[in-house]
Write a protein that binds this ligand. Structure first.
Ligand SMILES: [Zn+2]
Length: 430
């Protein structure tokens, strides 16, 4: 066993034991500590790094590694995690314990597993002089779980010089295996949905609840959110999803079409929960507020809608949404993050595919579209081709996607070691 395969497990456990819960604006206890830990691990093998703090405790680490031949490659992982309610867990979520062949704890799959893989492989290659010729930038960020505004966003906005030479980036959430009809299919993230968190406001004429009122803002707003909530968004297949469904269709012996797309996605078993959400736009009303007394018509009513939309269908999404709202509704955006899609081609994709297949020769590899956002959306703004590739070979019976932000988050020890081997092969080829 290589030293990276040995180290990856301990590094992952150490990182889990540093509680980096992200409570949004409230600085959690551990992001700074985790950043210092990463900097120490790099320093120990002679790689210097810099810690960038956007606010007290909100620390990200960046190191420049590799040679000077060609364009830079960014390898990035976030250090923060979502909080965990310990009483719901079988094991203390910040213990990093090993049980039943798994490393347990918050961050085990999102994404201290990949942070540990990167560190283990970079440390081993540095120690043995196997340093890639291509310039490699390593970034371990704060605040991804709350949108990255105090992490990746700050690196992109305030320190673009650190990343200026990078044309490609690799981070989460991809490279894990799914099982379709007994065949392992690895999914590389090549696209993410956009996110529109919207506040809808209807204004009307206040008055007595006993009288006729044709300008009641609650009536108008209710119509809008009922239409939005009930709208059946059509299946729209982006290039990424067309390629994915072609791979699934091949295993299932069916030509993929928009009509059978949903059925084909069911072939993924539990992973269909996430993948199924990427066949179409989604809009869900999530909060409403209006009024203060039963016999008073208020002047204003508000509602919030969580909208997730496909890359390439942005205009269609916002036009349809405005139509569904109808007249007299103002839309404001609490968040409006654009979706992205990187063509699934080129040397980097080939390197990811080859390194997976070298470790799992019978498997297939395909791109997929992620239903939520990652730090990639920030790095994308600098024009990088971004992908999600944190390789894990997973047992068929594990409901992997449920572990993200879930209870009893855990990662198989042998999957961590597999990931370290694949990343090592990947770095041979970049
Ligand atoms: Zn994550």
């Amino acid at each position: 066993m290589t030293s990276a395969e040995n180290e990856v497990v301990d590094l992952c456990r150490d990182l889990i034991r540093i509680d980096t819960s992200n409570y949004g604006n409230d600085p959690g206890p551990g992001e700074r500590k985790a950043a210092e830990y990463v900097a120490e691990q790099l320093d120990e093998v002679g790689i210097s790094s810099e810690i960038y703090e956007s606010e007290h405790g909100r620390a990200s680490v960046v190191a420049q590694w590799g040679g000077s031949s060609g364009d830079g490659l960014l390898l990035h992982g976030h250090l923060d995690v979502v909080p965990a309610a310990a009483e719901d867990w079988r094991i203390d979520p910040f213990s990093g314990e090993i049980q039943d062949g798994y490393v347990w704890g918050r961050g085990a799959v999102d994404m201290k597993d990949f942070d540990a893989m990167l560190l283990a492989v970079v440390r081993e290659r540095q120690r043995t002089g196997r340093i890639p010729e291509r310039p490699i930038t390593l970034a371990f960020t704060a605040d991804e779980e709350a949108g990255g505004m105090k992490g990746a966003h700050v690196l992109v906005e305030d320190h673009p010089d650190l990343l200026a030479h990078c044309t490609e980036a690799v981070g989460e959430v991809g490279g894990f295996s799914t099982t379709v009809r007994g065949k392992r299919l690895y999914l590389i993230e090549a696209a993410e949905k956009g996110m529109a968190w919207m506040k809808l406001t209807a204004r009307g004429t206040a008055g007595h609840g006993s009288m006729i009122n044709r300008d009641n803002p609650i009536t108008r707003l209710s119509g809008a959110i009922a239409r939005i909530g009930a709208h059946e968004w059509p299946v729209q297949l982006t290039p990424t999803m067309q390629t994915l469904l072609a791979a699934v269709g091949e295993i299932a012996g069916e030509e993929p079409t928009p009509e059978n797309a949903e059925r084909l996605v069911e072939e993924f078993g539990p992973a269909a929960r996430m993948i199924g959400a990427t066949l179409r736009n989604v809009t869900n009303p999530t909060m409403t507020s209006a009024g203060y007394k039963v016999n008073v018509i208020p002047t204003e009513a508000t509602a919030h809608v969580d909208g997730r939309f496909l890359p390439g269908f942005e205009d269609d999404f916002f036009e349809t949404l405005r139509k569904l709202c109808g007249e007299g509704i103002d839309i404001e955006f609490d968040q409006n993050q654009m979706p992205w899609e990187t063509p699934y081609d080129g040397a980097l994709v080939a390197a990811m595919e080859r390194s997976l297949i070298a470790e799992d020769p019978d498997a297939l590899v395909a791109p997929y579209l992620m239903s939520a956002g990652t730090d990639a959306k920030h790095f994308k703004r600098l024009g990088m081709r971004t992908y999600g590739f944190a390789p894990l070979r997973l047992p068929e019976e594990l409901d992997f996607t449920a572990l993200f932000h879930g209870v009893d988050e855990r990662v198989p020890v042998d999957a961590l070691q597999f990931g370290a081997r694949v990343m090592d092969r990947f770095l041979d080829q970049v």
